[in-house]
Design a protein around this ligand. Sequence first.
Ligand SMILES: [Ca+2]
Length: 342
Amino acid sequence: MAAATNNDKIVNQADVLPLGLHWNRTGPRRDNATTAWVGQVATPWTPEAATHADANGDGVVNQADVLPIGLNFGRTHSAPNAMTDSEDGSSKLLKTTAATIRTNITGSTNPGQDFDVEILVDQITNLFGVSLELLYSPTTLVDPQTSEAGSFMGNDVIFFSNTDKSAGKLSIGVTRKAPQSGVNGTGMVARIKMRVSSQAVRGQVITLLLQNVLANDPAGQPIQLSVTGQTNVVVSVASRQHESLPEAFALHANVPNPLQASANPSTTIKYDLAAATEVRIEIFDILGRHVRTLVNQRQAAGRYAVSWDGRDENDLLVSNGVFIYQLRTEKFMQSRKMTMLR
Ligand SMILES: [Ca+2]
C-alpha cells in the first residue's frame, strides 16, 4: 500500500520513520508502481519492513517516498497486512525510560505576533526518529505558520509536517537517515512558528497538547517518551503606547480565590515584570513541596497573566487546602497563598 510505510493501515506522520531507518536501501521495484491509494503487489525486500518504506515502489528508499505520504495523508485501508510488522516477527516491547517530550514557548505572544513552539525531548538515549501530533486550541486565536526540524536531530534529516487547521492539529515526523546513529541527551526535535490572532485579547489562553508520540532508535525499536502535560500560552500585553510598562515587579492576588475543586478548576495569576528577566512561577503545597511549575522562561518587561488548573505535574487534581504560589526572577521574589476547596 503506497505511503503507509510502517504498514499500520493509516498514512500519517509516523510513516516518515521507516524512511529514515531504511534510507538509501534498494530492493525489487514494484510492477505498475503507483502513489495512488490502491492495494499493490510487492516482492518482499530484505528486511521485509523496507518494502513498505519504498512508498512509491521505484526500488529505492529516498526523499521521493515522502511525497506519497503527503498525497495520501490521513487515508486508511482495511486490507489485512500482507507481512508482519517487525522484521523478525517478534513483538516490539517498549522499554521503560525516563525520557520525556514537552513544548517550550519562546517569542512574543502579543496579538498579531509570532511565537515559537519548541518541541523538546529530555534524557533520551539513541533517538533516531520521532513523530507526533500537536493539538492547538482555540483555532480562532492562533495560526501555525511554518515548521522545521530541530537542531537536536542533526542537519541531514527527513522532515514532514501537515496542518489540519479545522481540527487544530499539526502532524510532524522527523527522522535521521540510515546509517546515521541515534542522538542522546536533551534537545529540540522540531520548531513550529505560530501567529497569535490580531483579534486576540490579553489574558486569553491558547492550549497546546502533544499526542500520539512515537519514537524509535536506529534499529527501529520503539522508545518510550512520556508527554509532560499541556502548555497554556497566555496572550500577553501588546506593547501599545497607551499601556505603560510596569514600574515595579509584582505578584498579584489570584482570581478567583479560593478555587472550587469542580471538574475544571481554574484561577488566574497576574504578575508584573519591570525589566526583562528569567521568570519562574511555581506552586507549592503548605509543606513547601513542589506541586507544579507554571512559567519557566525568559520574559520581556510587561504585565502578564498565567492560569493554573489545580493540577500537579502529573495532571492530577490537588487535594483541598492552602497552596503557595511564588514568582521568582533574577532580582525579585514574592509568594502568596491560595486555597483549594472541595
Ligand atoms: Ca522509493
